[in-house]
Design a protein around this ligand. Structure first.
Ligand code: CA
Length: 229
């Protein structure tokens, strides 16, 4: 099975580096590693990854400086991994173009969830033009959804949920998948979360579970978004 993401790990600590390679490999990511900022930059230019994990404390160049160099040549998502949990520079890092950050030590599952979230955001932004499902028009860039030309007032999670389903219109999506991909909770959490949001989304679409138009419950399996007949 193909990897989820090609991840470039720029980290000088060999122990952390190999732990990350193992943890990401176990989660079906493929990895490249670089022990210095300059080798990281070379690797990134030679084989552009999907995501960069960037340690801040590197021997040859500060990670912040490397981030600026990466941003001058590429839009590749960068997740900063930092030991400086009280670093006032975190806001500056995000301003400088980091997509997310994690403070060491962190759980591998947390890293995996951040990688997936960052990839979803970038892949969504690459979608050209709005998604259309029947009378629903969903603009991922503007984060706006319209139904029959009427702007829907959706919470951020309701929008994420609608977008996720619309990108897979016609497919039955398991609640487990929604919890994992929309809520970043790969290992459980309350199924009720999904039900409650589906309920609100239904109401905003002007339909009910008993009289569905767009949101169809498939008992025991999940939910499907498809245009009314
Ligand atoms: Ca380091």
């Amino acid at each position: 099975m193909a990897g989820v993401a090609d991840v470039l790990i720029v980290e000088d600590d060999a122990t952390i580096r190999s732990a990350l390679v193992r943890a990401l490999g176990a989660r079906r990511h493929s990895t490249m590693t670089a022990p210095t900022a300059m080798s990281g930059l070379e690797s990134l230019v030679a084989h552009p990854p999907d995501v960069v994990l960037l340690d801040l404390g590197l021997p040859d160049l500060d990670g912040t400086a490397l981030l600026a160099m990466i941003r001058s040549v590429s839009d590749i998502p960068v997740i900063v991994i930092s030991a400086r949990d009280d670093d006032p520079g975190i806001v500056a890092l995000l301003d400088a173009g980091a997509d997310d950050y994690l403070v060491k030590p962190f759980a591998a599952d947390q890293l995996d969830a951040r990688i997936r979230a960052v990839l979803r955001r970038t892949r969504r932004a690459q979608v050209v033009g709005p998604l259309v499902v029947g009378g629903l028009v969903i603009d991922a860039r503007a984060r706006q959804a319209r139904l029959d030309e009427r702007l829907l007032e959706l919470s951020p999670k309701e929008f994420d949920l609608l977008l996720y389903l619309a990108e897979r219109a016609g497919e039955v999506i398991a609640k487990r998948e929604l919890l994992s991909e929309v809520w970043n909770q790969p290992y459980g959490g309350a199924d009720k979360t999904v039900d409650v949001h589906l309920h609100w989304l239904r109401r905003k679409l002007g339909e009910s579970a008993d009289a569905p138009r767009y949101l169809h419950r498939v008992r025991g399996v999940g939910v499907r978004l498809s245009p009314p007949p």
